[in-house]
Design a protein around this ligand. Structure first.
Ligand SMILES: O=P(O)(O)OC[C@H]1O[C@](O)(CO)[C@@H](O)[C@@H]1O
Length: 431
């Protein structure tokens, strides 16, 4: 099986194999805790075998719903925040053409902020369009998507009437409880279920990620297959890939490298890093512990963040997402006058320039004292994204186990919500 690979050779000048092996033992213990359900937060382990559990009938149902919405609408608004939008956004941004949005995109996002101008401008954009809404919330009560959904539902009813709106709204939420479940059942919306035992940041392979990706016209069966193959591969070798990444990053953390920067050299991966930041930040940032997840887009950000990474505080390490094969081919043109002195590149693939920038940057940052992990993705397809998602999910479960936190809860997210509710005068939240 051609697969995602891990190269931690550029970490060894900072932490030796012995230190990494010591964490591998902890990783094996953490993996056992996941596999036999004895870890903290074990009520949220539904993601572990999710890829194999997804039935062809469920994929059929998701694809049929996507086809219906694609046929009936000009655009579908995906309403959700955190894990209820980042997985879908990551796949869609990775698979879409860089300028597709300018030639009529099929999906737009809302509910991932509570910006008045964003929502106003979205409503203006939708005024002359036949649109659908895919509203996603596991709890069914998160404020940002709820505000966006209230606005968009009202607009859809205003533009198309109640009956049509009921056909154009699909809800993805809890099977039985929550405000969105109650509303969807009352209005008769088509619904899909987020399994109780799958947390939001682990839900990309549930309808949360799969339906928006299918609406956008991408291959959800390949996405699931990639994740399933990575699960199978892991079962055959003690989750070697994920356990190694977890062991290496924890060995670095224990040596004072407390910030991990996920780097891409392909801008389409920007939202994969955003998805990764929630997965790792919300899983590990507890008890005043955890590696802070950051991200940069190279070589773009080498012209903004490059100085800090090269010569700032030495508490950083990088994980570079490297896509081996580009989708297209393009050569540097030759110029008769060569006034820009670029003819030394003439005839070379643009990707060769990018790959040498990647290697040159890794070498410079290692020389500057920044350990470098490299995750190699054969090519940017739904299949390899599925592998990558599962690799990161399993590694996160293991890494949180090594850190000793409950990887699967997120108590800290309630603090801002309670203050916001109190400040907004929500009943029962005091003054
Ligand atoms: O799907 P929901 O319940 O609206 O939650 C959205 C996001 O908000 C969080 O609960 C944090 O507030 C994340 O864990 C989750 O992915």
């Amino acid at each position: 099986m051609n697969r995602v690979k891990l190269d931690y050779s550029k970490v060894l000048p900072f932490v030796g194999e012995k230190e990494i092996s010591a964490r591998r033992e902890k990783a094996s213990q953490a993996l056992k805790g996941l596999e036999n359900g004895t870890c903290k937060g074990s009520e949220f382990l539904g993601w572990l075998d999710l890829p194999a559990r997804i039935t062809s009938e469920e994929l059929d149902r998701i694809e049929a719903c996507a086809a219906r919405l694609r046929a009936e609408t000009d655009v579908v608004v995906i309403v959700g925040i955190g894990g209820s939008y980042l997985g879908a956004k990551a796949v869609i941004e990775s698979m879409a053409g860089s300028f597709d949005a300018f030639s009529g995109t099929k999906v737009v996002f809302a509910g991932h902020n509570v910006s008045e101008d964003y929502l106003y401008e979205l409503q203006e954009f939708l005024k002359d369009k036949k649109f659908g809404i895919c509203v996603i919330s596991k709890s069914g009560t998160t404020t940002e998507p709820a505000v966006a959904f209230r606005l968009l539902k009202e607009q859809l009813i205003g533009q198309e009437g109640v009956q049509v709106s009921r056909q154009r709204i699909v809800a993805i939420t809890d099977e039985r409880k929550g405000a969105l479940r109650a509303l969807a059942d009352k209005e008769g919306y088509q619904t899909f279920v987020i399994p109780d035992n799958v947390g939001g940041r682990y839900s990309v392979l549930t309808p949360v990620g799969l339906l928006p990706v299918a609406i956008a016209g991408h291959d959800i069966r390949a996405l699931v297959k990639g994740a399933a193959d990575m699960r199978t591969y892991g079962k055959e070798n003690g989750a070697e890939l994920s356990a190694t990444y977890a062991a290496v990053r924890n060995a670095l953390y224990e040596k004072g490298y407390t910030i991990e920067i996920t780097v891409n050299f392909n801008p389409k991966l920007h939202y994969v890093a955003e998805w990764w930041k929630q997965l790792y930040g919300e899983s590990e940032g507890k008890e005043h512990k955890g590696i802070f997840p950051a991200s940069v887009d190279f070589t773009t950000d080498l012209h903004s963040m490059g100085q800090y990474i090269q010569e700032g505080r030495r508490d950083l390490f990088e994980t570079v997402l490297s896509v081996e094969k580009t989708k297209h081919q393009l050569l540097v043109p030759c110029d008769a006058h060569d006034l820009d002195k670029l003819n030394y590149l003439a005839g070379k693939r643009i990707d060769e320039v990018n790959k040498m920038a990647e290697l040159g940057t890794q070498l410079a940052h290692v020389d500057g004292g920044v350990p470098n992990i490299r995750v190699v993705i054969p090519e940017l397809t739904e299949y390899y994204l599925g592998q990558l998602f599962y690799f990161y999910e399993l590694a996160c479960g293991i890494s949180g186990g090594i850190l000793g936190v409950n990887t699967f809860d997120q108590p800290g997210v309630e603090a801002y919500k309670n203050n916001m509710f109190m400040l907004l005068g929500k009943p029962g939240y005091g003054k």
